[in-house]
Design a protein around this ligand. Structure first.
Ligand code: PGA
Length: 242
């Protein structure tokens, strides 16, 4: 089932996404949740930090799973997924290291590292909630166009659009050689999936995700096949549909 909600502003969207995270934790305090790094979720993180400070959100028993990472980068690297998440969410909330499952994208054997993540997630019983942004090419995490819907964590070859758009996370031009990412199968198997988008630039990809053909050439179209998917967008990101 696909739920599509349009909010007037980015702030409204961020609060709605935070509501989903908080209600998941209220139902299941030890939930396994995956939240993305990037620009889109920053407002949701601010809202979650606020609610945590007000005693309205309890993250003490949950497990946080990182979505993806650029190959060769770790938490010390400016612009890495892990660094952004530490800064924007994990440190302010005070997550303990044993609550966090994250790719080591500097591992010598990245395939073995992906297997480690797959096994750990399986042992945790899978994801209760995954929150995702959407790429300008329809990617989810670093599942690039053409990725099979059947993949779990894997090494990803980056699409040229991802390499170009990804520069926004870094101070200067940065060579991005590849990624490691949870797979589309993880997303399909997550008990609830939230896809967030903000801004006019995302309007065409949101329209295609919810109304276009379901196809591996456009990974975000899988939301149409998910049993409990919510697409939450602001008015600008909905503008190709309204
Ligand atoms: P963004 O990234 O939130 O920084 O736009 C989304 C994505 O590429 O998945």
């Amino acid at each position: 089932m696909l739920e599509f909600q349009v909010y007037p502003t980015y702030e409204h969207l961020s609060r709605a996404a935070a509501d989903v995270v908080v209600s998941t934790l209220q139902t299941k305090p030890d939930a396994v949740i995956c939240l993305p790094s990037g620009s889109t979720p920053v407002g949701m993180f601010r809202e979650l930090i606020l609610r945590h400070e007000q005693g309205l959100a309890d993250f003490s028993q949950c497990t946080f799973v990182g979505l993806d990472e650029w190959i060769g980068m770790g938490p010390e690297d400016e612009g890495s997924g892990h660094q952004l998440l530490d800064r924007d969410f994990l440190h302010p909330i005070g997550f303990r290291s044993e609550q966090v499952l994250f790719f080591d994208a500097r591992a010598d054997d990245l395939h073995a590292e992906c297997e480690r993540i797959n096994r750990a997630l399986e042992e945790l019983g899978g994801l209760d909630l995954i929150v995702l942004g959407i790429g300008m090419n329809g990617h989810l995490g670093l599942n690039e166009p053409g990725t099979s819907f059947d993949t779990y964590a894997h090494v990803s070859e980056l699409d040229p659009i991802t390499i170009e758009v990804g520069q926004k996370y870094f101070q200067g031009p940065t060579t991005l050689t590849g990624g490691v990412t949870l797979g589309l199968r993880h997303m399909m198997e997550a008990r609830r999936l939230v896809l967030m988008a903000s801004g006019e630039a995302k309007a065409p990809v949101i329209a295609r995700a919810v109304n276009g053909e379901v196809t591996e050439t456009f990974p975000a179209s899988l939301v149409q096949e998910h049993s409990d998917a919510w697409v939450l967008v602001d008015a600008d990101a909905a503008s190709a549909l309204l």
